[in-house]
Write a protein that binds this ligand. Structure first.
Ligand SMILES: [Zn+2]
Length: 438
């Protein structure tokens, strides 16, 4: 057994069977202990933090722009941004993800929904731990039995844009792991899946939806027991299409290059991984007396190569309004509402800009019957909606629902333009609701 596999197994066992705090106080005590160790032992090894105070509250809040601009100061292995990009781009061009930096450090690249590319360094040990925790959080008991040695190995099909290196860690004798490059055409994926049907399919929701559609026409004949949505926000209609195709609930991983932030529990709710991360909510005022939406400020006390300390994400998270029936003390979410620029804006009753959150827009669009898919872009006062199929009564209905929704909020209704659908490539992140100009 390699050191990597050993690390994955250890992390797996810890996450699956280790003593987990069963109330909020115990969880916070555990966090504080891990946080103290991180602040004392890891943080000073990154030049950016060398001469800074050592309590979390006193550390500056950083974001993607800061950490990219001063990249070498945020890692503990002295790698510059140029060097990291060189390795990552070479791997992406060749689709050979084996080359790593000295010491087994891998470069992770994210396309970034807001346009800026994210670059992250991960060591072998971190990768192994990540894999172990991920499996522990997601695999059902039936799947685990297969890994433990009952029946044939567990087959996992993983769809990924780039950097399979991160995921290749998962491969072993008991797990047969198939990497599907999102740059390959759909027909190639269907042929491979039919030839070697996976037990677990993990893919961005865009791809899951295409696979579910292929299953409904008979072009895809697999029968996965677990379906996991990764990399993008899972929307309710995609989840429903997948559940209908294979009769399994879609599990969701909330993950960014910045880390493994959360995953769904047995009750289908996303819980933040607060035993591995400290997450401070930056509450967003939305007119309600108690705000329910926040930007997460993440401190990851499991990472030692690239330091993630008070790192503010653009994602908008909405907290669940009651404790989860699963009993876990970690914070659970009602939804991940994507990136901040998925919020649309209209003048409100007082003339000031009023935020219209994506889930509100989605609910309005859900009222439009017969809609297969849509994409909405705000261009100032104009909302351009591409719909599939484009039919006259459907366009009327889209206009009516969006106008009614904005009016209900007390906002000035936008000018709604409805146009024909355009396909996006598999590699393109689908963002249904985007604000290009306020
Ligand atoms: Zn739960």
């Amino acid at each position: 057994m390699s050191a990597g596999t050993l690390g994955a197994v250890a992390a797996f066992a810890g996450a699956r069977w280790g003593r987990r705090p069963n109330d909020r106080a115990a969880l916070e005590a555990l966090q504080q202990k891990r946080l103290a160790r991180f602040l004392a032992d890891v943080l000073p090894r990154a030049p950016f933090y060398r001469d800074r105070p050592c309590t979390l509250a006193e550390l500056p809040i950083v974001d993607k722009a800061t950490t990219l601009a001063r990249f070498a100061e945020f890692n503990t292995v002295g790698v510059t941004l140029d060097r990291a990009l060189e390795v990552a781009l070479a791997a992406e061009r060749s689709r050979d993800f084996a080359p790593t930096l000295p010491g087994g450090v891998t470069v992770g690249l994210s396309s970034g929904t807001s346009g800026t590319r994210g670059v992250f360094l991960v060591s072998d040990a971190e990768r192994a731990r990540w894999a172990g925790v991920m499996l522990a959080r997601l695999l059902t008991t039936a799947s685990l039995r297969r890994i433990a040695g009952w029946g044939p190995p567990l087959r996992i099909a993983f769809f990924l844009r780039a950097n399979s290196n991160l995921y290749a860690t998962l491969g072993s004798r008991r797990i047969a792991f198939a990497f599907h490059d999102l740059l390959d055409p759909l027909s190639a994926h269907l042929a491979r899946l039919n030839a070697c049907p996976p037990d677990v399919v993990a893919a961005p929701p865009t791809v899951l939806r295409l696979l579910a559609d292929a299953a409904s026409t008979g072009a895809l004949t697999i029968a996965p027991r677990q379906v996991v949505s990764v990399a993008e926000v899972l929307e309710a209609d995609d989840a429903a299409a997948v559940a209908a195709a294979w009769d399994v609930p879609v599990q969701q991983v909330y993950q960014a290059t910045e880390g493994f932030l959360g995953a769904t529990c047995a009750h289908g709710r996303i819980h933040l991984n607060e035993d591995l991360l400290h997450i401070e909510p930056e509450w967003i005022a939305d007119g309600a007396t108690t705000p329910t939406r926040f930007h997460p400020i993440v401190t990851d006390f499991t990472r030692t190569t690239q330091v993630v300390a008070r790192y503010r994400l653009d994602d908008v998270l909405r907290v669940a309004d009651a404790d989860c029936p699963c009993g876990a003390p970690t914070r659970s979410l009602a939804s991940i509402e994507g990136r901040a620029d998925d919020v649309l804006w209209r003048p409100g009753p007082d003339g000031r800009p009023l935020a219209i959150f994506p889930d509100v827009v989605r609910r309005a669009m859900a009222l439009v019957g017969g809609l297969r898919d849509y994409r909405l872009e705000q261009h100032g006062g104009e909302w351009r909606v591409r719909v599939q199929p484009l039919e006259a009564d459907l366009a009327v209905s889209v206009r009516r629902e969006l106008t009614a929704m904005t009016a209900r909020l007390g906002a000035v209704p936008p000018l709604v333009q409805v146009g024909a659908w355009e396909d996006t490539p598999l590699t393109g992140k689908r963002r249904r609701i985007r604000c290009l100009a306020r």
